[in-house]
Design a protein around this ligand. Structure first.
Ligand SMILES: NC(=O)c1ccc[n+]([C@@H]2O[C@H](COP(=O)([O-])OP(=O)(O)OC[C@H]3O[C@@H](n4cnc5c(N)ncnc54)[C@H](O)[C@@H]3O)[C@@H](O)[C@H]2O)c1
Length: 274
């Protein structure tokens, strides 16, 4: 009898996951380990990384990392290679947000959010890719941007700008790294249930407003993003590079009011009289 094909599609692979101690990054870590990879987490939160180690055991390790600091990111990649061998995969999930209207935004908050969310992605891709080029083996990079990288939203100017910058870094990386067999893609999630969005999701009026923009009728779960991220990292996506894939439940399709309901209410023809 032919043995069943292994479903462990990342067996023996080595991954770095920034922001891997919580939310989307943590679910990517869990799914990678379930699929056979060894994962080095780079996160600011050392206690949370220790808890992930307690949950997942020897398949994960962690290094306290601020992705906005180049020395930290370089050390993270080196630690992954020392611990587990050549780097195959980089998942860049760390991000920071600051609410506030543009006219009220302090330059310190602008610099801090850009430092994590844009510069952190640049530094992560830079050092992950350098390592892959040095090794001479192909690899895949997946960065978590946001629907905000392509859609302005009131009150989060710096986050949106940082995510747009990150999305462009991802595409430039695809352009420059293809010759080394390195693919670079991004996922642009809509609203996902994680600690980052807990406050927003706790306000019923906010969620009612959001649901007007949710064709699939729900917010996203971390697995919705992790599934797409692992697909983009896998050999099944071997001819995909440079995309910023919306994983948003159709949120971005809602760019125009639903006038059909209004017309029906007025007893007008469904085509609006056109
Ligand atoms: N949750 C959403 O709705 C949503 C939507 C779109 C995009 N995103 C993006 O997804 C990514 C993950 O967000 P999440 O919702 O899972 O948030 P989260 O708060 O659950 O996790 C973020 C993790 O990043 C770590 N981190 C923060 N700053 C860091 C730094 N400077 N260096 C290293 N690690 C740092 C935190 O310690 C935390 O473990 C972020 O880039 C976020 O912008 C989230």
């Amino acid at each position: 009898m032919t043995p069943a094909a292994s479903t462990a599609r990342f067996e023996g692979k080595v991954a770095v996951v920034t922001g891997g101690a919580s939310g989307i990054g943590l679910q990517i870590v869990r799914r990678l380990v379930a699929d056979g990879a060894r994962v080095m987490i780079g996160d600011l939160d050392a206690d949370a990384m220790a808890a992930v180690g307690g949950e997942l055991g020897d398949a994960v390790a962690g290094v306290a990392t601020d992705v906005g600091r180049e020395a930290d990111v370089e050390a993270l990649v080196a630690a992954a290679v020392d611990w587990a061998g050549p780097l195959d995969l980089g998942f860049n999930c760390a991000g920071a947000v600051k609410d506030g209207l543009l006219v009220d935004l302090d330059v310190e908050d602008w610099d801090r959010v850009m430092g994590v969310t844009a510069r952190g992605v640049f530094l992560s891709i830079k050092h992950e890719a350098r390592q892959m080029i040095r090794q001479g083996t192909p690899g895949a990079l997946v960065t978590i941007t946001s629907i905000n990288s392509v859609t302005p939203v009131h009150g989060v100017t710096v986050y949106n700008a940082a995510k747009a910058a990150a999305a462009m870094v991802v595409q430039n990386a695809a352009l420059e790294l293809g010759e080394h067999g390195i693919r670079s893609n991004a996922i642009a999630p809509g609203l996902i249930a994680t600690p980052m969005t807990e406050y927003m999701r706790s306000i019923p009026a906010v969620m009612d407003a959001y649901m007007e923009y949710a064709p699939l009728g729900r917010t996203g779960e971390v697995d919705d993003v992790a599934s797409a991220a692992l697909f983009l990292a896998s050999d099944e996506a071997s001819w995909i590079t440079g995309v910023n894939l919306l994983v948003d439940g159709g949120h971005r399709t809602v760019g125009y009011p639903n006038l059909t309901k209004l017309f029906e209410g007025l007893g007008a023809p469904a085509d609006g009289g056109a």
